[in-house]
Write a protein that binds this ligand. Sequence first.
Ligand SMILES: NC(=O)c1ccc[n+]([C@@H]2O[C@H](COP(=O)([O-])OP(=O)(O)OC[C@H]3O[C@@H](n4cnc5c(N)ncnc54)[C@H](OP(=O)(O)O)[C@@H]3O)[C@@H](O)[C@H]2O)c1
Length: 273
Amino acid sequence: MTTIGIIGTGSMGSMLARTFIEYGACRAEDIIASSRSGGPLSALAGETGIRAAADNREAAREADILFLCVKPLQVRDIMEECAPVCTPAQLVVPVASDVPLACLSAWTPARVARAIPTITSRCGRGITLLAFGDRVTGADKAALTALFGAISRPYVTTEETLCLLTDLTSCGPAFIAAVADEWAAAASRRGGIDRRAAEALVRETLIATALVLDHHEMDCRDLIEDVATPAGITREGVDVLGEQMPRVWDDILAATGARHRSLRREVERRHPP
Ligand SMILES: NC(=O)c1ccc[n+]([C@@H]2O[C@H](COP(=O)([O-])OP(=O)(O)OC[C@H]3O[C@@H](n4cnc5c(N)ncnc54)[C@H](OP(=O)(O)O)[C@@H]3O)[C@@H](O)[C@H]2O)c1
C-alpha cells in the first residue's frame, strides 16, 4: 500500500487528509503527517486516525508520496530538512504556488510534481491542477491522478499555464464567494432586505445555478439565454455585466498575475535552484 506523507496540517494539509480518507482514496493508517505546531496535528490524528509523525523527517522517510502543504517560501527549508531521508524512489509534491519544478528538482533526489488543490474538494468536487517534473514516471502520474480523482477532477497542465489556471480553480471559490457577497451587499443598499437575508437568497441561488449547470450539462451562455429573454428585466442586468465585467476580470487577473510573478522571483532569489 502506498504511504502518503503530509507535511503541514493547516487548511490544505488537513483537507487532503480528511478528504482522501472520506472519499476512499486511501486508508487513515496509510497517511503519516507532521506539522510545526503539535496541537492541530494531534487533533487531526485523533479525529481521522492518521499517524502523527514526531517530526518532518519521520513523515518524509516513511512516505512514498510526500505532500508539502506549507507556504511557498517555506518549501525550500523543508525540502532541505528532509533531503537526508529522501530518495529517488519517492515522489515529493508541494501544493504551494509559484515554486518552479526546476527548483524542486534541484532541491531533492526524489521525483517531483506540483499539485494545486482546491477547497471545494471538501465536497469531492472542483479541479486539482497537476504539473509533472522530468523524472516523474507513468506510475507516479497514475497514482496522483487516482488520489486527486477521488476528491476532484484532476487537470494536467504545463507549468507555464499553472498560475493562470490556479486563479480559475483554486482562487476561484473565493472570487465567486466575493462576487456573491458584493451582490448581497448591493441588494441591502437598495433597502428592504438586510445583508444576511440577501446573502441567504444569493447563496441558495448560487448553489442551485451550479446544480442546474451540472445536471443539465449546460454552458453558461445557454443558461443566460434561457433566463435573459430579449427586452426582459434580466437582460438589463446582463448587459451591465457585459459592459463592466471584462475590465473587472482583466484587472483581477492582472493583479494576481503580478503577485504570482513577484512570489516566484522571491522564491528564486532566496533559494536559487
Ligand atoms: N487554502 C487554499 O485554498 C489553497 C489552495 C491551493 C493551494 N494552497 C497552498 O497550500 C499551501 C498551504 O496553504 P494553507 O492554506 O494550508 O496554509 P496554512 O493553513 O497556513 O497551513 C500551513 C501549515 O504549514 C505548517 N508549517 C509551517 N512551517 C512548517 C514547518 N517548518 N514544518 C512543518 N509544518 C510547517 C503550519 O504550521 P503552524 O500551524 O505551526 O503554523 C500550518 O499548519 C500554500 O502554499 C498555499 O498556497 C492553498
